[in-house]
Design a protein around this ligand. Structure first.
Ligand code: FE2
Length: 418
């Protein structure tokens, strides 16, 4: 596959240049001028001395997990309800200072407010602590964010990226993280400074679905990753439904695949079982086919991509390269439907997106436009927003500083009712 694309690099370079002209420079320039509306972000009120603001996990149609970290010895509890009067209370489990409570029996597509307590002491409250449950497969209009490689030292990039996501209109309802969550070693002690604190206003309102990257594997995930997150299955590879879409998180570990045989078997079964989803999204850390400064990941190419082809995955997201890249649709290693770029109707392949510039944009080695790459951007802090409207999926990538539109691609399906 690599050699096939490598030998035709010149052809693709020509095609890409022609494609850039054909897509309508004027349209794109107009789209670039789009500015997202700014609106106030209600913040949570946090008690002094409190260790970690609450964050949402595993939000579904009728349940969500609220997690936080506190040293208080009072019974950990969550109050929740449709107004700030709450009305329901659930006790949390403790694991050292980590607390987590699963709120059940919620109504689909409904807003809830919540607060966390230690006995009678309110630790975090306010209108910023709220969420809306998934409406289920009837929810045909929703959006989520994608970014990766964010937990860097000195909070160098995650603050502008998190702020840009919160400014977006419509604001994402949840987010997926494509690995390398905490640099350099994925250890628990760095979660607060490098991730949870700079992103607390976001994590307290949006359910976060992370995948592991090579840096997250530098500390034992059983003692670090699994303590910080509350995810389905084995917390390394898992899937969930949201709206009319199905999402699959995979674990590429340090470039090989974690628990490879079982993970690949699980992936195939999960894809087969969710062929009725209108949209299929997968995400993981190491890109398979890529023209960024990172090499192809051979394990992803050999084990994952044939399944994405067979089961018609719509979009695969990765990080690892601290840049942005979007390929043309690919099927069995070949570019397909590229003449439609960037507005596709029933593309006959999977689009691969690298969005790994959430905190540490690459400054040294420029990305190279090559065979399957439709567009790329480097040297820029950015994040990606995916908006679903029934049979249409619009993917926009924004700069974190300035909210400039970097890329927009639209996929329409004629076999999904609009
Ligand atoms: Fe990485």
């Amino acid at each position: 596959m690599r050699s096939l694309i490598g030998t035709s690099a010149t052809r693709w370079l020509t095609l890409a240049l022609l494609g850039a002209l054909a897509l309508g420079v004027a349209d794109f320039a107009e789209a670039k001028k789009k500015k997202k509306k700014k609106h106030d972000v209600p913040m949570a009120e946090i008690a002094p001395g409190y260790m970690r603001a609450p964050y949402l996990q595993a939000l579904g149609t009728d349940s969500v997990t609220v997690a936080w970290v506190a040293s208080d010895t009072g019974e950990p509890m969550v109050d929740f309800g449709p107004t700030t009067e709450f009305g329901s209370t659930v006790s949390a489990q403790s694991n050292d200072a980590h607390r987590a409570a699963t709120l059940r029996g919620l109504q689909p597509g409904t807003w809830y407010f919540y607060q966390v307590r230690a006995g009678d002491r309110v630790l975090a409250t306010g209108e910023g602590l709220r969420f809306r449950t998934d409406e289920g497969s009837a929810d045909r209009s929703f959006n989520f964010f994608v970014t990766g490689d964010i937990g860097s030292k000195k909070e160098q990039g995650q603050i502008p990226t998190g702020a840009s996501i919160l400014r977006a209109d419509p604001r994402p309802e949840m987010g997926i993280l494509c690995g390398d969550i905490i640099y350099k070693k994925g250890n628990s002690k760095n979660y607060d400074r490098r991730l949870m604190r700079p992103w607390q206003d976001l994590f307290s309102q949006m359910s976060i679905w992370p995948a592991l990257g090579n840096h997250d594997w530098k500390s034992d995930p059983a003692k670090n990753w699994e303590k910080e997150w509350y995810l389905p299955n084995n917390e390394h590879y898992y899937s969930f439904d949201y709206g009319n879409a199905h999402f699959i998180a995979l674990d590429t570990r340090d470039g090989d695949l974690y628990d490879r045989e079982n993970q690949v078997r699980w992936l195939e079964r999960d894809l087969a079982e969710h062929q009725d989803a209108d949209w299929l999204f997968v995400y993981y850390h190491h890109p398979g086919i890529t023209c960024t400064y990172k090499k192809y990941n051979d394990a992803v190419v050999e084990y994952f991509i044939p399944l994405f082809d067979r089961y018609r995955v719509d979009v695969a997201f990765a990080g690892h390269a601290h840049t942005y890249e979007r390929t043309y649709p690919l099927y069995r290693g070949e570019v397909v439907s590229e003449q439609q770029d960037p507005q596709y109707v029933d593309p006959q392949g999977t689009i691969y997106i690298v969005s790994g510039a959430g905190a540490k944009p690459k400054k040294k080695k420029p990305t190279t436009l090559c065979g399957p790459t439709a567009t790329f951007r480097d040297n820029t802090l950015l994040w990606t927003q995916v908006l679903i409207e029934g049979s249409t999926c619009t993917i926009r990538t924004w700069t974190s500083e300035g909210d400039e539109l970097v890329d927009e691609v639209i996929i329409r399906k004629t076999d999904v009712s609009g």
